[in-house]
Design a protein around this ligand. Structure first.
Ligand code: TRP
Length: 320
């Protein structure tokens, strides 16, 4: 029989051990996937509407402006796949154009959130009668073997610049796994943020209203809610830095005083030095050369790049 302590541990979420590992060593870090609980997803939604956060609206405007071009270049009779589709709201621009070009269209949105996919199916079914939606619930980071069973020419969408949240070797591994489930002629549409002036990047990750700070701190709030931890959110400062050498934004939570925190679920005291940081996220900003290189190394060939007038964001079409 399990003791009461074991029973208690069983009730805690699976990520608890990653939290122990991340907060025990130096430098401290927490897994970025913890951002996206219900509160965090809502805060991120708010981030995408901030005046400083140009990424979402710039990508959307590129897709709106070039949807016809993109699909013409991608080829005829496409079956659409989307990695991390969520509710697929961004995809509608492309779908709208696609259903005008072909009489029947298959769409395979992939996401870890079954409820987001339900919403996608509901929205799309009403809007596009000739579209057949086959949602796949799951994590795409290890590749999606089921994709190899889809016949016909595929266009895989990986938009929203999530590729930037992977370390480049991991990004290559992910794209390679996707590439392995595709056939000659299939294509990938990749959305990625371009490297640019820190005058534009820093406010995008540290906005005047403090929404991004709240989003970052929600990781600790979540540990308080779900692991009974006692992090004092006011004792941490949100930090966003531009690391030009590595071409990435680095996001941290900095401890303002040196009191420890306690996480009952892990029976762990977390000690901080004043000014010590917890690393929570990297967001890589790609140059043309970096895009070319991760695509080439994962078995794709870059065919075309569409971007906005200031070249802040890029949508790249690559071919197997
Ligand atoms: N994918 C988003 C990005 O890298 C995530 C994000 C936006 C983010 N703002 C953030 C992650 C602040 C951590 C902290 O642009």
């Amino acid at each position: 029989m399990a003791t009461s302590k074991q029973l208690q541990l069983l009730e805690y979420p699976a990520y608890a051990l990653e939290v122990r590992e991340g907060l025990s060593g130096a430098p401290k870090h927490l897994p970025a996937k913890l951002f996206y609980d219900e509160v965090g997803s809502q805060l991120f939604e708010q981030i995408t509407e901030l005046p400083e956060y140009y990424l979402t609206r710039t990508e959307r405007s590129i897709l709106e402006r070039y949807a016809a071009d993109i699909l013409r270049q991608a080829g005829a009779n496409l079956t659409l796949v989307e990695l991390g589709a969520g509710t697929a709201t961004k995809t509608c621009v492309l779908i709208e154009e696609l259903v005008q070009r072909q009489s029947r269209t298959l769409f395979y949105p992939i996401d870890v959130s079954a409820s987001a996919l339900d919403e996608a199916v509901r929205n799309l079914a009403g809007q596009f009668p000739s579209l057949r939606v086959n949602p796949i619930v799951g994590d795409y980071t290890g590749g999606v073997p089921a994709l190899s069973r889809i016949s016909g020419r595929k266009l895989v969408l990986y938009i929203g610049s999530s590729i930037g949240n992977f370390e480049p070797p991991q990004a290559i591994r992910l794209l390679r796994r996707i590439r392995q489930t595709l056939r000659a002629g299939d294509a990938l549409l990749l959305g990625a943020d371009f490297a640019k002036s820190s005058k534009v990047l820093l406010p995008a990750y540290d906005d005047a209203q403090g929404v991004t700070a709240a989003f970052n701190k929600n990781i600790l709030a979540r540990l308080n809610r779900e692991l009974d931890a006692d992090f004092d959110l006011d004792a941490f400062r949100h930090i966003a830095l531009w690391n030009r050498r590595c071409s990435r934004m680095e996001i941290y939570l900095e401890r303002l005083a040196d009191q420890p925190a306690f996480i009952p679920a892990l029976d762990l005291d977390v000690h901080f030095k004043t000014g010590e940081r917890i690393h929570t996220e990297n967001s890589y900003k790609y140059t043309d050369a970096m895009i070319e290189s991760i695509l080439r190394e994962s078995g794709f060939q870059l065919e075309h790049t569409w971007c906005d007038r200031k070249k802040w964001f890029g949508v790249h079409l690559a071919r197997v």
